[in-house]
Ligand binder design. Structure first.
Ligand code: BTN
Length: 324
């Protein structure tokens, strides 16, 4: 019932185009009380609609969110298997455990778990990942590569390259990679990747790659501490983007690079990663457990580790971004 009224309300707001529709008109046309209207307006806002309320004038629809449901995604997919099997829920705690369950049930390679909102989104190192409704891409991708466990970090690097390429093409923004796998615009984070896996030393069983991208978020949806370090594609470009279209583009880049990786190894990915990375040739400090090492970032080793030139010679740094 409430859903139907909200749909009618959106239609009414859309009819007004640039103008406002008064509370009284909504109340008459939808045959509901002013209190009920207020409740529905707030629910629409929780679903990502931006509705301006002007005293004595009425309501105006400023932004209508898109959805990442499978029927919206399929028209934008040009892949053989990545994103071809989708599970979708409007709101979840986190897409990660749901993707793990699905993988254990036998989900095929390329299966994708998508949500509009995560109420307990997970970041790396036990941090939380803020995932407000309809404002970003919150998804977990299942891969089943025939590789040993110690090569798994290469997959995270591959994914960061694929997302960088897709987002650069779609938005024209100068997106760069911060080692190991944060995507930044002018030093502010727009995307994080969380790789989790199950396997034995000589064979990965499956990998769940959690991908979080701030797409159409405005600063108002973030807590204060995030505003300093995070940004979104919409903030940077001054316009919103279709999330299903971006997901389609990411799946396309991912499949192309993943196929290349399975057939030709990590070397081509390494070259691309170094091209987009922020730190090559720069002095950086890397924290490895309790210690920190200072040096010049030279590039990636064949296995995906970072080569750091220090006073005592070149050191190989492994990222701690894989959770087993
Ligand atoms: C990071 O700390 O940079 C990694 C963030 C990863 C966030 C994504 S959003 C989809 C998936 N589900 C989660 O709970 N986390 C990952």
């Amino acid at each position: 019932m409430g859903k139907r009224i909200r749909e009618q309300m959106v239609r009414l707001l859309l009819e007004q185009k640039e103008g406002y529709v008064s509370g009284e008109e909504i109340s008459q046309r939808l045959d509901c009380s002013r209190t009920a209207i207020w409740k529905h307006i707030n629910e629409l806002r929780n679903e990502g609609y931006q509705i301006e309320a002007k005293p004595k004038t009425g309501y105006r629809l400023v932004y209508r969110p898109d959805r990442v449901a499978p029927e919206e995604l399929i028209p934008h997919l040009d892949t053989k298997y990545i994103g071809r099997k989708v599970r979708y829920q409007r709101s979840v705690a986190s897409t990660q455990p749901l993707a793990h369950e699905w993988a254990k049930e036998g989900a095929v390679e390329g299966s994708l778990f998508l949500a509009e909102e995560q109420v307990a989104g997970r970041g790396r190192m036990g941090r939380m990942w803020h995932s407000p409704t309809h404002s970003g891409i919150w998804m977990s991708l299942i891969l089943r590569p025939q590789i040993p466990l110690n090569q798994a970090p290469q997959l995270t690097l591959l994914t960061s390259v694929a997302i960088t390429r897709a987002l650069r093409k779609q938005t024209g923004l100068n997106i760069r990679i911060k080692w190991p796998n944060d995507l930044l615009i002018d030093g502010k984070k727009i995307c994080g990747i969380l790789t989790e896996l199950r396997g034995e030393q000589d064979q990965v069983h499956y990998v769940v790659q959690g991908i979080g991208i701030n797409v159409n978020a405005t600063e108002s949806v973030w807590p204060e501490e995030l505003k300093l370090i995070a940004t979104s594609l919409a903030i940077e470009a001054g316009k919103t983007f279709s999330r299903p279209e971006l997901i389609g583009a990411i799946c396309g880049e991912l499949e192309a690079l993943y196929e290349g990786y399975l057939n030709h190894g990590f070397a081509p990915i390494r070259i691309l990663w170094e091209q987009y990375a922020t730190i090559i040739g720069q002095e950086i400090t890397v924290r490895t457990g309790l210690h920190s090492v200072k040096g010049i970032a030279k590039g990636l080793a064949e296995n995906g580790a970072l080569l750091l030139e220090t006073n005592t010679g070149v050191q190989t740094i492994y990222s701690s971004d894989i959770e087993v």
